[in-house]
Write a protein that binds this ligand. Sequence first.
Ligand code: MN
Length: 243
Amino acid sequence: MRAETARTEVLLASDMHLPAGPSEYRDALHALLDGPARQAHSLFLLGDVFEYWLGDDVSGRDHADTLHALERCAQAGTRLYFMPGNRDFLLSDHLLARHGVTALPDPVIVALPDGPALLSHGDQWCTQDQRYQRWRRFAHWGPAQAGFRALPRPLRRRIAQRLRARSQFLGRMTADDLLDVQPGAVEHAFATFGIQRIIHGHTHRPDTHAMRGGTRVVLPDWRPGDQRYLHAGSDGLTIRRIG
Ligand code: MN
């Protein structure tokens, strides 16, 4: 009898920006969930998986097939974790739980096969834009979220269409998305959390930076013809391409 191989690998990905409806990115995420993620111990989705989330009753329907792809992967034994980004933070914890996905706070320390890391979406460290940080505090305020969710569905869709042109969180690549993190804010996080490695997305500047305090790894955003994720094994971190 052959012993079952223990799953030890961890996968991390973010910033797929899946639109509602069929897309290359949706196909790539489903290929990840039905393929490499099935051999992994866990998959961490670190925000902006969805281009926007207008509430579970609207966007849950738009993305029903992706929710089911997540559920299939969870049922196959992979632990799935979701941290909201600045575009999909209205996705509720209980909808995630219904599909076998655990919601994570931002930031959170996890044990990767080669050592610990602080995981975050990353927008909290774009501190040079105070207008954005004010918006972020408002958007994460419970009553503001409840108020938006309570609006009629057609109105939420209209607001999304209206905002898409110029918005803080609904446009494809707004000025907010193009900001980089402030090194001082990240260095402060290294010290506060007593950690030497930070992994985040959001900035669409995939890279590895040696900083005062530790290493900062920026996850690859998904681009046409090029969708990647981070693989964490006992030998360290590598970027892998889907397909
Ligand atoms: Mn983002």
